[in-house]
Design a binder for this molecule. Structure first.
Ligand code: HEC
Ligand code: HEC
Length: 237
C-alpha cells in the first residue's frame, strides 16, 4: 500500500500547477488518510446498505437502465479517490455529490470501510453489454491501448488507482469514456484523455462492448498485473 500511496501522491502532485492547486493538496491528504485507516468491512457494509443500495443495488451490480455503475469488486483505492473527487467536484455528478457529502461518509475511516467492503463483493455476473457486432475491433483496441493500464482482463491496477472495467455496464463505460475524452473528469492524467480522444465513436462503443464482457476473474482486491510503461502494441485506426 505504501507504493500505491506514493504513486498517487506523485500523480496528483503532478497536477498542482492547475488553478485548483489547493483542492488537489486537500484531496491527496484525505485519500492518504483514508488509505492509512484500518478497514472495518462490516461498518462499510452498514453504510452501503443504508445509503447506496437504492441506486447501486443490494449486491453492488449498479443499474444499466439508469446508467449507474456497478461497484462490486471495484478496487478500493479507486473507490476512495472517486468519492473524494465527487465531494470536491473534481468529478461532477449531481446525484453523487450530495451522497458523498452525507455526514456518515465524511470521515477518512468511512471512506476506507465502504471501499474495502465493495472490494470484497463479487463482480456483476450479468452486466449490460453492447450489440456484439464489433468485438474483434473492440478487443484489438482494448488490448493495444488500454490493457497496459486497466489489465489484460480488465482487473484494474491498485498501485496506480486504475479502475477495473470488467463486468461494468456497457452504457456506463461508454458514457465515461466520452466524459473523460471531453475533459469532464478533472483530476485525471492527460495521457488517459489523449488516448481516448483519438478514438471515434464506433471505436469507443466497440471497446466498451468488449470490456463489459471480460471475465469474472480479478474480483480480488490485489491485482498482481504489473503496469508496463508503454502500450503493448501500436494500433493504427
Ligand atoms: C441517487 C442515486 C445514487 C446513490 C444513492 C448513490 N450513488 Fe453512487 N453513483 C450514482 C451515479 C448516477 C453515478 C455515476 C456518476 C457519473 O455519471 O459520473 C455514481 C457513481 C459512483 C461511484 C463512481 C464509480 C466509478 O466506477 O467511477 C462511486 C464510487 C459511487 N457512486 C459510490 C457510491 C456510494 C459508496 C454510495 C452510498 C454511500 C452511493 N454511490 C450512492 C448514483 C448514486
Ligand atoms: C495511462 C493509463 C491509462 C490508459 C492508457 C487508459 N486508462 Fe482508463 N483510466 C485510467 C485511470 C487511472 C482511470 C481513473 C481516473 C480517475 O481517477 O478518475 C481511468 C478511468 C477510466 C474509465 C472510467 C471508469 C469508471 O468506472 O468510471 C474508463 C471507462 C476507462 N478509463 C477506459 C479506458 C479505455 C477504454 C482505455 C483505452 C482506450 C483507457 N481507459 C486507457 C488509466 C488509463
Amino acid at each position: 500500500m505504501q507504493r500505491a500511496l506514493l504513486t498517487l501522491s506523485i500523480s496528483i502532485a503532478a497536477m498542482l500547477a492547475s488553478p485548483a492547486a489547493g483542492q488537489d493538496v486537500r484531496s491527496t491528504e484525505l485519500i492518504e488518510r483514508a488509505l492509512q485507516a484500518k478497514p472495518d468491512t462490516s461498518a462499510g457494509k452498514k453504510i452501503y446498505n443504508e445509503h447506496c443500495t437504492t441506486c447501486h443495488g443490494a449486491r453492488g451490480y449498479g443499474n444499466a437502465e439508469q446508467v449507474i455503475p456497478a461497484l462490486a469488486g471495484q478496487l478500493p483505492i479507486y473507490v476512495i479517490k472517486q468519492l473524494v473527487d465527487l465531494s470536491e467536484r473534481s468529478r461532477t455528478s449531481a446525484d453523487m455529490h450530495r451522497i458523498a457529502a452525507r455526514k456518515p461518509l465524511t470521515t477518512p475511516q468511512a471512506l476506507r470501510d465502504i471501499a474495502t467492503y465493495l472490494g470484497t463483493l463479487d463482480p456483476n455476473p450479468k452486466p449490460e453489454t453492447g450489440d456484439g457486432a464489433q468485438l474483434a475491433m473492440g478487443k484489438r483496441y482494448y488490448q493495444g491501448l488500454c490493457a497496459y493500464c486497466h489489465g489484460a482482463q480488465g482487473g484494474g491496477n491498485e498501485a496506480h488507482a486504475t479502475p477495473a472495467l470488467r463486468r461494468q455496464h456497457y452504457s456506463y463505460l461508454l458514457m465515461q469514456m466520452r466524459d473523460l475524452s471531453a475533459d469532464h473528469r478533472y483530476s485525471v492524467d492527460i495521457e488517459i484523455v489523449d488516448t481516448l480522444r483519438q478514438l471515434s465513436y464506433d471505436q469507443l462503443s466497440a471497446i466498451a462492448d468488449y470490456a463489459s464482457r471480460l471475465p469474472m476473474a480479478g474480483s480480488s482486491v490485489v491485482d498482481s498485473e504489473q503496469r508496463p510503461s508503454q502500450p503493448a502494441q501500436s494500433v493504427t485506426p
